[in-house]
Design a protein around this ligand. Structure first.
Ligand SMILES: [Zn+2]
Length: 310
């Protein structure tokens, strides 16, 4: 699919989103991505013939060709722990189909069986396990999925500058049918507020992400960073679900970053099932923002690396 003008993940997701809007109007969420995959591929020589759940230990999903005829199958992991991510995974595989697949024709099957290897095997995000080309491809498929399932204009309208709360997060995950982490990550990506998210296990950050405004003010979440002993996720480690319903104010000294410590409003979710916690940090906007020299780390996985304990 590299002939002609290259599709970008965002432009392709936005194009499909416009189609959905045109056909379904405002009632298009959560996106029925399985139906969409069949519909958009229907008239291709190599359509998506199957979308199925399987036991896929170690993988989130796959896009793989039928060995007998020009056709693709999307396979997603049907382990219950992945359930909240199924829609995102199917959208990710649809992203590979739209952006990265080699177009298969009957000539590829001249011998009666497909000879080439062109499977896409997708693991949970672990950037250091990827070659650079794979990393870029995986990142593109994620971006496609994110923009397809959570169009920016619609998400912005839902949040409308409000503080992120449990109710608002629940509204977002219900509306788009995505996991809390996918919903949070998207919000962190576009919010112009100073905010950050940290996913942790056993007292250490597996990975984290800060909004652009937060990064500019020296808030950077490093993989492997120890979680503060007073972090809500640590205090509420025996809880299930959100430790508290609303973000609570934490004084200076609890969370420390490169520019020092500052007070923050903290929201934390503990997932016993997934054996990890998610913390959302919201900082005061009225802070003298010190510009830091960063070579736009935003579009890379610099902040998003596998922790040594994952
Ligand atoms: Zn992938």
């Amino acid at each position: 699919m590299t002939k002609g003008k290259r599709k970008t993940p965002k432009s392709e997701a936005n194009r499909l989103s416009m189609v959905l809007r045109h056909v379904l109007g405002e009632d298009r969420f959560p996106v029925d991505v399985e139906a969409l995959a069949r519909e958009v591929s229907r008239n291709n020589d190599d359509p998506i013939g199957k979308v199925v759940g399987r036991d896929l230990p170690g993988f989130e999903g796959m896009l793989r060709p039928n060995r007998k005829r020009p056709e693709w199958h999307i396979v997603y992991n049907d382990d219950p722990r992945y359930r909240g991510r199924v829609r995102f995974t199917i959208a990710h595989e649809l992203g590979h189909y739209q952006l990265h697949r080699p177009a298969l024709t009957v000539q590829d099957y001249a011998s009666g069986q497909l000879q080439r290897e062109c499977d896409f095997h997708c693991k949970p995000l672990r950037s250091n396990a990827w070659q650079e080309a794979d990393r870029l491809r995986e990142e593109e498929a994620d971006t496609f999925a994110s923009f397809l399932l959570m169009p920016l204009d619609d998400y912005r309208a839902q949040v409308d500058g409000q503080e992120m709360t449990v109710d608002l997060l629940n509204h977002i995950t219900d509306r788009y049918g995505v996991s809390l982490i996918a919903a949070c990550r998207k919000w962190i990506d576009f919010t112009d507020k100073r905010a950050a998210m940290v996913v942790a296990r056993d007292g250490f950050a597996l990975w984290g992400r800060a909004s652009k405004a937060a990064l500019r003010s020296g808030i950077f979440i490093r993989s492997g960073m120890p979680m503060p002993g007073d972090a809500l996720a640590a205090i509420g480690a025996d809880e299930r679900g959100f430790v508290l319903d609303r973000p609570i104010a934490r004084p200076t000294g609890v969370w420390n970053f490169s520019r020092g410590s500052e007070s923050v409003r903290e929201l934390a979710l503990v997932s016993e099932f997934l054996d990890m916690s998610l913390t959302i940090l919201q900082f005061d906007d009225a802070v003298d923002v010190r510009q830091i020299e960063e070579d736009d780390p935003w579009d890379t996985y610099d902040q998003f690396q596998s922790g040594s304990r994952s």
